[in-house]
Design a protein around this ligand. Structure first.
Ligand SMILES: Cc1ncc(COP(=O)(O)OP(=O)(O)O)c(N)n1
Ligand SMILES: Cc1ncsc1CCOP(=O)(O)O
Length: 533
């Protein structure tokens, strides 16, 4: 059986052609742009016309050596000697189609949930079309939008089978990398391809639209993100990490990156002041209309759900998407995620939509995120003494949230507390700086998010974009950025706490701001208490 390349799967829809655009011209241009497999999908066309279109499309696809699949209609697939048939859940069952079609015909089936995947396996499908992964206006959906995390669960069920998988629904160049990075099972089972309708069919220049998508898919594959994910070895040491953090401290001050923060209304002023004290430049903007413009400016994004309201949520969705598209760091603080179903749902929605570069939370927040019962929450706080094995816990959460390569970790996890644990899925940094006065003021955790975002922005600006970075979700060493942000805050807190003018929590905060602004390389080198495991 010939090997099928599912990477860029065009599903046609003539209704979406721009006015005056000829269908066959559009198809040929898409083939030139790099489409690797084509499905002819005609929902309201007479048999004679469908047959004619399928025959001529088959000729074109043959010329480009690209397989042609027919949607729904087994008779048309037979008549044009198509390479395959795609069926939906209400169409002819795969097992029946298999008996009627010539041997070696590819049969694909649409799946929206695990039961349908199970059935596709039993029925012997060659591939599944998993969707809709995102919302779409191309088709009226009668089943829920799955989200990338849901696609990952279905891919897990396909582990050990030879069934290929493509995602479909709302896939555009803007969310393609997020789709590919996010749709992965815990065992690194990734998609074989993506199926696209409107982004190509609706384009005036389909060759360009297809080439853009094709280039992103190739760069994703070139970056080796999936295969390297769990197999990288570490070359971090305490010395290299401290040197790196010192470098970032200077970089924040020299380049003053813009730190866009959608945070809670308890800590807005503190967070902005801490950001300025570090040398970065804060903007506390929540309105959806300005997210695209803000993403164009060099810096990082912080999303904190402390006092979540619907308008800010809309802004968060858009801001993360635009930041991902520019490969900017996205620091996510899922404040109090275990406290209510509303927050859990909101966090699920955000993480399904964009990729965080760093997730920071206390024990209860990360336990809720990881589905662990080991630590309970009380509102936004943790109850009890924390995890028995915080090192393994934080490493596993980082692995789960996707770690893609040593120099551009796609998700670093920070477990905050008296001791802070930071992992990129392989390395774990254990940081023992800090002072108990930090826990006597509101918002010190939220401020640490601002510090991490400032240092991650510096880490991005120090990174040289290499060819293989095109396929990554963030550029720069986020592990170092997260460590730098935490050290800046906790070391400054130690210095502030012992000042003569500090009498308690009230006088501590202004002193903390002073010390953040006075922090130097020498102080970091002298005071950092860090282990790398
Ligand atoms: C690759 C791929 N996946 C899913 C679908 C959807 O098929 P179906 O559920 O049959 O819906 P219609 O396409 O018939 O509207 C697909 N066509 N291709
Ligand atoms: C056919 C189909 N099946 C599930 S979503 C969808 C349409 C996808 O179209 P688009 O790529 O334009 O969102």
């Amino acid at each position: 059986m010939t090997l099928i390349d599912y990477s860029l799967y065009l599903v046609t829809d003539r209704k979406l052609l721009p006015p005056g655009k000829d269908y066959f011209e559009s198809l040929e241009q898409s083939l030139r742009g790099g489409v690797t497999i084509v499905q002819i999908r005609e929902k309201d066309t007479d048999t004679a016309e469908f047959l004619d279109i399928a025959l001529r499309s088959k000729d074109l696809c043959d010329r480009y050596k690209v397989p042609l699949i027919v949607n729904d209609r087994l008779d048309i697939a037979l008549a044009v000697q198509a390479d395959g048939l795609h069926v939906g859940q209400r169409d002819m069952p795969v097992s029946v189609a298999r008996k009627l079609l010539p041997a070696n015909t590819i049969i694909g089936v649409s799946c929206n949930n695990l039961q349908e995947i199970e059935k596709a396996i039993q029925d012997g499908a060659d591939y599944v079309g998993i969707g809709a992964v995102w919302a779409t206006t191309t088709k009226d959906l009668d089943k829920p939008v799955i989200g990338v995390r849901g696609v990952g669960e279905m891919l897990q069920r396909l582990d050990g089978t030879s069934i290929k998988a493509v995602a479909i629904g709302g896939i555009k160049s803007q969310n393609l990398l997020r789709t590919l990075h996010g749709s992965v099972s815990p065992n690194n089972h990734a998609l074989d391809g993506v199926a696209v309708v409107s982004e190509i069919m609706g384009s005036l220049i389909p060759e360009q639209a297809a080439a853009r998508l094709s280039e992103l898919i190739s760069s994703f594959k070139r970056s080796g993100c999936i295969h390297k994910a769990l197999s990288v070895s570490s070359d971090y040491s305490v010395t290299t990490v401290i040197d790196g953090v010192v470098d970032l401290l200077n970089c924040v001050r020299e380049r003053s990156p813009l730190i866009h923060q959608i945070t809670n209304n308890v800590v807005i002023a503190q967070s902005a002041n801490a950001t300025i004290a570090l040398g970065a430049s804060p903007i506390m903007a929540t309105t959806v209309q300005e997210m695209e413009d803000l993403a164009k400016i060099h810096g990082a994004l912080l999303v904190n759900i402390g006092t979540l309201v619907p308008t800010a949520y809309e802004g968060m969705m858009a801001a993360g998407t635009f930041a991902n598209a520019r490969r900017k760091p996205v620091v996510f603080d899922p404040v109090g995620v275990g406290a209510s179903e509303f927050r859990k749902k909101a966090v699920g929605g955000l993480l399904n939509t964009w990729q965080s570069s760093v997730i920071k939370g206390n024990a209860a927040e990360l336990a809720a995120l990881a589905g662990s019962n080991e630590v309970q929450s009380k509102g936004v706080d943790s109850v009890g003494s924390g995890f028995k094995d915080p090192v393994s816990f934080v490493r596993n959460v980082a692995r789960k949230e996707r770690k893609h390569s040593i120099s551009s970790s796609c998700c670093v996890v920070v477990l905050s507390g008296k001791i802070d644990y930071i992992s990129d899925g392989t390395n774990v940094a254990v940081l023992e700086n800090g002072h108990e006065l930090l826990s006597k003021m509101t918002g010190s955790g939220c401020i640490s998010g601002s510090c991490i975002a400032s240092y991650c922005a510096a880490a991005m600006s120090k990174a040289q974009m290499a060819e293989e970075d095109q396929g990554k979700m963030v550029i720069g060493d986020m592990f170092l950025g997260a460590i730098g942000g935490i050290l800046a805050l906790t070391i400054s807190a130690e210095l502030a706490a012992v000042r003569d003018d500090v009498k308690g929590p009230g006088t501590f905060f202004p002193a903390l701001i002073d010390e953040l602004s006075l922090l130097s390389s020498r102080i970091i080198r002298e005071r950092a208490r860090i282990q790398i495991l």
